[in-house]
Write a protein that binds this ligand. Structure first.
Ligand code: NAG
Ligand code: NAG
Length: 498
């Protein structure tokens, strides 16, 4: 089989089969006997792992742009599979698997996966729409594991310090707990899927909030030490697909599709900043020093009109907790004749740090005549028929159509101090409108996320000034150097970096 391998051709399946056979033997601790016939080798290999024993699940979303991305990914997987085997593997789009929008949280679907594939498949493999799988190499990675045992395989992330987005888990030594970077793909062996499916059926998920799904899934699987921890596969990578460093990789990232055409124009985005009197001198100046200049249509809404900023008093008393009253007043104003008619509304907190140029580029991928709600998606009570919402601190983006439908539905705050983002999520859920997740929006500060995750992102937002210098954080993570930096400033940056 090896002798038939062309050195430079594309039809490499023969080589691949032989290589994966060798892998399997090493993993089993037995030696690859060279006296075995070619047919025997092939037979052993196919007993070990056939491509059709893998079920690929693309973590897709129902927004039209993302459906297109996921379908291209699916076609690419099937094309590769076709050149390796006659019958293709199952490739599923997550958002099509059920009518329950909250099933992006995956665990509720495990009983169904177990029923459908528990007897005829060996692995569930999850990937994101931008995860590029090199099929032959990927099959080799999985073939190294004994498929009759429980495995949870991926590219590990860990927290250097305990973080609010993980409820300060493992506060004494957070780095011991590993969870998968979804962008690199991650896999569950079928024995683990079957056991987890029973667990999901028997005991409902404990946590009300779904904040960082990859961490929560890893915790659920690990189960305080009763289940497996994440096993690292070094071939699962998040390098760009054309990178030299990606040569050993079985998965890579396609280049960020953050731009689909011309960036939307500045005057297509109306920016609403929620503030209140006590932060006029503390937080508003940070916005003015960082990203305010990138907006042409921006208003500050407060409980006190201050002409020096200026702020607008919407007549909604300030509340300590949620800002539902204020946010609904903003939605009404956005549709009113008091402000120019724009396609997009961005609602942020006064301590949100955001790159508007990157948002303009990202929005070129979305159709403003659809009811789009975009940002960092969280979930509430998803396993008990709850809802998803865009978490407010990272910035909530709405198309005009989404705002029109929200207000037309008559959906309201149950109190002025209800959490605005969650109420909006409830309203969208009642309307049957999905929220669209972008991992580029962040509800917390850069230090709250693993460096390995941020390394493959071009972030759009971060949130909170707590224990950081927000201007420095903006300059490091969100400022683009191209247009405005003078060479003098660049010199200074170079020096401080030394
Ligand atoms: C396994 O069964 C499911 C239906 O339950 C089917 O869709 C899938 O194609 C089967 N897979 C294989 C490899 O036969
Ligand atoms: C500006 O940023 C780009 C990438 O964002 C980088 O390639 C370039 O070297 C930077 N220029 C300077 C002068 O730092």
């Amino acid at each position: 089989m090896l002798s038939k391998c062309p050195h430079s051709g594309h039809r490499v399946s023969g080589c691949v089969l032989a290589f994966s056979f060798l892998f399997i033997n090493f993993a089993d601790g037995s030696s690859g006997k060279s006296s075995q016939s070619q047919d025997e080798m092939h037979a052993i290999h196919t007993n070990q792992l056939d491509l059709r024993e893998i079920v690929f699940i693309i973590q897709s979303q129902s927004n039209s742009f993302h459906v297109g991305q996921a379908e291209r990914r699916r076609a690419h997987l099937l094309e590769q599979a076709q050149s390796l085997t006659k019958k293709p593997p199952v490739v599923l789009l997550l958002h099509r698997l059920s009518d329950n929008e909250g099933d992006w949280s995956i665990l509720p679907l495990l009983p169904e996966f177990s029923r459908s594939f528990g007897k005829n498949s060996s692995w569930l493999v999850f990937l994101e729409e931008e995860t590029n799988v090199k099929m032959p190499a990927f099959v080799q990675v999985l073939a190294k594991f004994d498929k009759n045992k429980e495995w949870f395989v991926g590219k590990p992330l860990f927290d250097k310090e305990s973080t609010i987005i993980h409820h300060y888990a493992f506060a004494e030594n957070p780095s011991i707990f590993k969870y998968p970077d979804f962008a690199a793909a991650w896999a569950l062996s079928m024995p683990l899927v079957v056991r987890l499916a029973n667990k999901v059926r028997d005991e409902p998920l404990k946590s009300d909030f779904t904040i960082d799904l990859k961490h929560e899934i890893a915790l659920y699987i690990w189960d305080g030490g009763k289940g497996p921890h994440l096993t690292a596969a070094p071939e699962l990578c998040t390098e760009p697909e054309d990178s030299l460093r990606a040569q050993h990789c079985a998965t890579t990232l396609s280049k960020e599709p953050t731009q689909c055409g011309e960036p939307v124009k500045k005057d297509d985005i109306f920016v609403a900043v929620k503030t209140c009197r006590k932060f006029h001198n503390e937080r508003v100046p940070v916005i003015k020093r960082t990203w305010e200049k990138d907006a042409v249509l921006l208003e500050y809404y407060s409980d006190h009109a201050d002409p020096s900023i200026p702020t607008i008093n919407l007549g909604v008393p300030n509340t300590e907790r949620g800002h539902c009253g204020k946010t609904f007043a903003i939605l009404q104003r956005f549709l009113s004749s008091h402000v120019p008619n724009t396609k997009w509304l961005l609602v942020v907190d006064d301590d949100t740090l955001i790159s508007l140029p990157r948002l303009q580029a990202l929005l070129s991928c979305y159709n403003p005549s659809e009811p789009v709600s975009l940002g960092e998606r969280y979930g509430y009570g998803l396993s008990q028929g709850g809802y998803s919402y865009i978490t407010g601190g990272g910035g909530m983006v709405f198309s005009r159509e989404a705002v029109v439908r929200l207000l037309d539905s008559g959906c309201k705050c149950y109190s002025n101090d209800a959490p605005d983002d969650m109420v909006l999520g409830m309203c969208l859920n009642a309307l049957g409108l999905p929220v669209t997740h972008s991992p580029l929006f962040h509800q917390a500060r850069p230090e709250d996320y693993p460096a390995d995750l941020l390394a493959h992102q071009v972030p759009i937002s971060f949130h909170k000034h707590w224990n950081i210098n927000p201007v420095a954080v903006f300059n490091k993570w969100l400022r683009d150097n191209s247009s405005e930096k003078s060479s003098h400033e660049l010199d200074r940056t170079a020096k401080t970096e030394l």
